[in-house]
Design a protein around this ligand. Sequence first.
Ligand code: ZN
Length: 244
Amino acid sequence: MRLETATWVEVERRLSAGNAVALLPVGAQEQHGPHLALATDTIMATGLAERLADQLDALLLPTLPYGETWTTAGWKGTISISFNTLVALTTDIGAALAAHKVAALIIVNGHFGNSAPLEQAARALITQHNLPTMILNYPGIEQAAAAVCESTPAAPGFYHADEVETSVVLALRPDAVQMDQAQPEYPQFPPTFGATPTRLDTFNRSGVFGDPRPATAAKGEQLLTLLTVSALSVIRAFLAEHIR
Ligand SMILES: [Zn+2]
């Protein structure tokens, strides 16, 4: 059920069983190189969440199209919301769901920088609102990328405007990709990367990390299928813990 287009009557009926699960995709408005739309993470999180909602008969909430993107704020078009704003937004949404007696919340995160604020919001929802909450940060993406993609990631587990993301967006929204602008970049990560907050534009020019040129829509479909399977396996374990 898409909460955006459902009526309250339909939602009330769905909630009456007492086992309704809500899915909240969270994206970002963030640079993705010269060839991918700024909404890439929003498109990907939404696409995965739609597949999961269909498999789980879950309530799919409208996607949050902004995220915490401090690391890429140096590129034009990136619009970052603050850590605390994202915590507050997601906590408020979860609190409303808890008040409606939704049984559990699954956040489908499309952007790495959102992970820490979403974790903080999930802790508040669990302890203050008694709402079982889990965050999916593309579980299984490393295995999926290794199985489907030809190019090497710019760093282990680091997928940004590369073959992975470009393929998935080609599958979901080909109008958001300009393949004639796709160029590789393998930047030298500074030795202090990960130890101190670092803006990515201090060591990367194009915004691409890796090589998007081998991307295809068919690979994107395969990646989405693998990501859906991995996510469902974690979700089923989570629901088994929390829902009768
Ligand atoms: Zn991305």
